[in-house]
Each structure stands twice: as structure tokens, then as C-alpha cells.
Unconditional design. Structure first.
Length: 344
């Protein structure tokens, strides 16, 4: 079980991730590893030469991301995991790390992967403007590519989908509407919500384990229906009598760090927080995304990517007879997958 995601602090580091999800080594590990390492070295050496020659950065990073994805797909999980430190130690890394988004992800200033400021790079939010202004020209050009990757586009769409869901539920339930966001980060979807702007919500509880993110939400939304809540998944799995019930409960950017059994337990708990007619939504990066290799190496950002089947298995392991409908669907470019459950 992924205890690190349940410790109340959720310091989700790549080391903890690897400990939890290490792949067993195949018999032919050494031979496969040598071949894969040589293959990857060719790609990275060439990219390095191109950076040194000051070639156009977008084709360099796009090719490296494409090739890393192929290598990740071709070799066994344990071979790929052994390649990650080699990529990170390659001299080409010093070029990729000039991109402030890649550097933030790699260095993890908040001590864990996937913090809310990282998401602000993806959202191209003004709060990341200073980091961008301080970047080298190459860094700025690389950021134009990383913030435009398929996974970044999907996360921006996810933000819109979340805001639209809040508005739809508010429209259906009227002024008593109560929303609960788990792992809210900076709650950037609230900036897009018409229901919040037009004061159509009774309350919007936003929980996160990072006090800095909670402080940002508190500052931004004081005097509104938004109620920041400093707490973790553990808070939800423990006693939640004081939280109340909701018309909409959702989590985005959280399940990607939760093992299947923990994800199922959390889903069971969330379904109990729904009022009759309530909706639960959870999002996860999808298996097979093109950016997986670049994210796991130069961004040092491993994620648990899920298939439709795995999303369904979380739902099937969570529902009781109060549930009337459920669905699993992809976002526009298939990089993010959504599970939705409706209570009768
Ligand atoms: C990738 S961000 C997503 C933020 C936001 N939901 C969004 O979509 O922009 C992940 C957030 O989950 C929070 N988080 C991670 N593990 C958590 C846990 N066990 N309990 C509560 N929050 C958690 C982190 O602090 C971080 O703000």
C-alpha cells in the first residue's frame, strides 16, 4: 500500500514512488539495459550537440520527448526505471533545466512532486511570470514547448472541465449548492467559475495538504463561498462528520499518486460525502501519454498512469446500491481520463 500518500503530509517524491512501484527485473535485464542505455545515449548525445550548436530548441525537445516515450514503451519497466538516472545525469539535462517549468518539477522547491506552483506553469498563470522573466532565452523557448505539450494542453482543458462541472451542478441545485475539492492546489478552476463569480454557491470547500497553497486560496478568495481546508487524504479517510455532505466532490491531480487500493478506499469515502443526486468526479493521466518519458526523466515527475479499465475497477470497487450511474471518458486529446459517479 502506498503509505506515503496517506501519511498526512504526502511528500510524494520520485524515491517514494519508485519504492512503492518498483518493477521486478527480467532474467535478461543486463542485456536489455545495455541495449536501451546505448539507444538512449544516441538520442541524448545528438540533442546535446544540437543545443551546443544553438539549433532551434523546439525540434530538439520534441524529438527527445518522442524518442524517450518510444524507449519507455519498448523496454520492461525495470529497464526503463534504471535508465532514468542516466538521462538525469546526462550533460543535455543542463539545457532542458533552463526551462523554468522543467526545473521547478525537477528540483521540487516544495519538497514533493506536482505542487500547485508547478500547475501554474502549465496553466500559464500570471503567478509564474516572474520565473519566466528570469529564465534564459533558451529557457523561454523550451517553456513554449513544454507548456504546449499534449499533457499540458490536457491539464488546461481539465481546469475548464472542472469549472464547467461546478457551474453545471450549481445550475441544477440552486443556491444551496455545496462543492468539495480534494487536493485543490491553488484552486485555479475557481477563476473560471461563473457560479462562484455570480455568488450561486453556498460553499466550496477546498482541501489541500500544503499550507502554502491553502494560504494562497485563503488570500485570493476571502469573503467568498470558498472555504480553504488544511488537510490531507487522511483527513477524509478518517472522521469526516464535521465536513458535511456535498452536491459535487472531485479530485484532479491526486489519483495519479495513489495506488489502486488507496484510490478505491478514497473513492468509497467520497461517495459517502455525496448528498442524494450528488456527483463525484476524479481525473487521472491516461496510460500511453506521449510526454511520459520526458516527465519521468528531465522533470523527475513519475505518475501512475491509468487505463479505462483501471478507472472502472476503482469505481466498481467503490459503489454501493445508492449509486445510479457511472461513466469513464477521455478528455479531447486522450491524455487525461475522467471517472464520474452519480448518487441516486
Ligand atoms: C497536481 S496538483 C493539482 C492541483 C489542482 N487540483 C489542479 O488541478 O490544479 C496536486 C495537489 O495535490 C495535493 N496533494 C497531494 N497529495 C495529497 C493528499 N494526500 N492530501 C491532500 N492533498 C494532497 C498537493 O499538495 C497539490 O496541491
Amino acid at each position: 500500500m502506498a503509505e506515503f500518500a496517506l501519511d498526512g503530509k504526502s511528500l510524494i517524491t520520485p524515491e517514494a514512488f519508485l519504492r512503492e512501484f518498483a518493477h521486478p527485473r527480467p532474467v535478461a535485464f543486463e542485456t536489455q539495459f545495455e541495449e536501451a542505455a546505448a539507444h538512449m545515449a544516441l538520442i541524448l548525445n545528438f540533442a546535446h550537440q544540437q543545443f551546443v550548436a544553438e539549433a532551434e530548441p523546439a525540434p530538439i525537445i520534441n524529438r527527445v520527448a518522442r524518442e524517450l516515450h518510444k524507449i519507455r514503451l519498448k523496454y520492461s519497466g525495470s529497464v526503463w526505471q534504471a535508465l532514468i538516472p542516466l538521462a538525469q545525469q546526462h550533460p543535455v539535462a543542463s539545457f532542458f533545466l533552463q526551462d523554468p517549468f522543467t526545473r521547478w518539477s525537477f528540483t521540487k522547491p516544495r519538497g514533493y512532486s506536482g505542487d500547485a506552483h508547478l500547475l501554474d506553469f502549465i496553466y500559464r498563470h500570471p503567478s509564474a511570470d516572474n520565473d519566466l522573466a528570469d529564465a534564459s532565452d533558451l529557457g523561454k523557448q523550451l517553456y513554449a514547448s513544454t507548456s504546449d505539450s499534449a499533457s499540458s494542453q490536457a491539464v488546461r482543458e481539465r481546469r475548464e472541465i472542472l469549472a464547467a462541472k461546478v457551474d453545471e451542478v450549481a445550475e441544477a441545485n440552486g443556491p444551496g449548492t455545496e462543492v468539495f475539492t480534494i487536493a485543490a492546489g491553488h484552486l485555479r478552476e475557481a477563476e473560471l467559475s461563473k457560479a462562484l463569480k455570480n455568488k450561486k454557491l453556498k460553499r466550496w470547500v477546498a482541501l489541500d495538504q500544503d499550507p502554502e497553497s491553502i494560504a494562497t486560496i485563503r488570500e485570493k478568495w476571502k469573503g467568498t463561498a470558498v472555504e480553504p481546508l488544511d488537510g490531507s487524504v487522511r483527513t477524509i479517510l478518517g472522521s469526516t462528520n464535521s465536513i458535511g455532505t456535498f452536491d459535487l466532490v472531485y479530485a484532479a491531480g491526486l489519483y495519479d499518486y495513489l495506488a489502486q487500493n488507496v484510490a478505491t478506499k478514497l473513492t468509497q469515502r467520497c461517495l459517502r460525502l455525496l448528498k442524494p443526486g450528488g456527483v463525484f468526479l476524479f481525473a487521472n493521466f491516461a496510460q500511453g501519454i506521449a510526454d511520459d518519458g520526458f516527465m519521468e526523466t528531465f522533470m523527475n515527475w513519475p505518475l501512475l498512469l491509468r487505463s479505462e479499465k483501471q478507472m472502472w475497477s476503482i469505481i466498481e470497487g467503490s459503489v454501493d446500491n445508492s449509486i445510479i450511474d457511472a461513466n469513464v471518458y477521455f478528455g479531447a486529446n486522450h491524455n487525461v481520463i475522467y471517472g464520474v459517479v452519480m448518487k441516486g
